[in-house]
Design a protein around this ligand. Sequence first.
Ligand code: FMN
Length: 256
Amino acid sequence: MASFFIVYGSETGQTAKVARFVERVLAERGHSVTRTDVRDATTLPEIDYDGIVVASPVVNRAHVPEIVDFVGEHATTLREKPTAFVQLSFASILPSEWAQSGAIEWVDALAQGTDWVPDRIGLFPGAVTYTEYDWPTRAAFRLVSAVTTGDTDTSRDYEYTDWDEVESFAADFAAFVESGADAQATESDAAVVETAAGGGSRTVTIGTPTRDGTPVEPVVGEAAAGRARLIATIAGVIGLAGIGYWLARRRRRPES
Ligand SMILES: Cc1cc2nc3c(=O)[nH]c(=O)nc-3n(C[C@H](O)[C@H](O)[C@H](O)COP(=O)(O)O)c2cc1C
């Protein structure tokens, strides 16, 4: 029996759900598991576990700040132990190459900032939980969804996480820890690639971007697509005006 520590951050609950699921997979293999919401833990336990799982969604192009702090604080321990990092994002829902490479770049940024390269990395599609969002977030996700997944019914939530893939990932990490960190990736439906980062090798599991694995065509009507384009154009003009204003102010500001 090995001991595992799972620490996660979650804004709207999907990563918490994944953390609970990973806990169950590990426990079913006979391991002892401690699972902690990074925000609930007033003091984090001294980490002395055989394997550590860190999980975070991407929110506004970054991981949950408390998770980043946790990794920074415990980087030495994380470098010495078998570790897995689980990332949930909207980008991983999308089959396009830019979205997929963007998803791994967030992990690269975390690894570079903390000098920690997890042994196993899982990039999984998250969820769009319209019913949990405030109206600006709901509107933003409706717009993004209109031009990507087509899932724009804001009266319900959309879960894209493939639980079989998360199970394979958790089982693979368990096998890795059980065998003294020598195990190779097990069979999985998800793409598993070996890459080098920061001088070490790592195994990245890339969750299937859509429910059935086929690229999604934007399933929006012409009118909706036209509205989305108009809003995007207005947002772009406002953004550019903001940058112009900022530059103008900077130029006028006297050198100190
Ligand atoms: C306010 C907000 C900002 C988000 N920003 C991003 C982002 O920049 N990139 C991305 O790929 N996904 C983004 N997402 C999608 C989340 O990563 C996804 O919904 C994930 O499942 C959320 O996990 P959680 O429920 O554990 O918070 C964002 C979600 C929210 C609510």
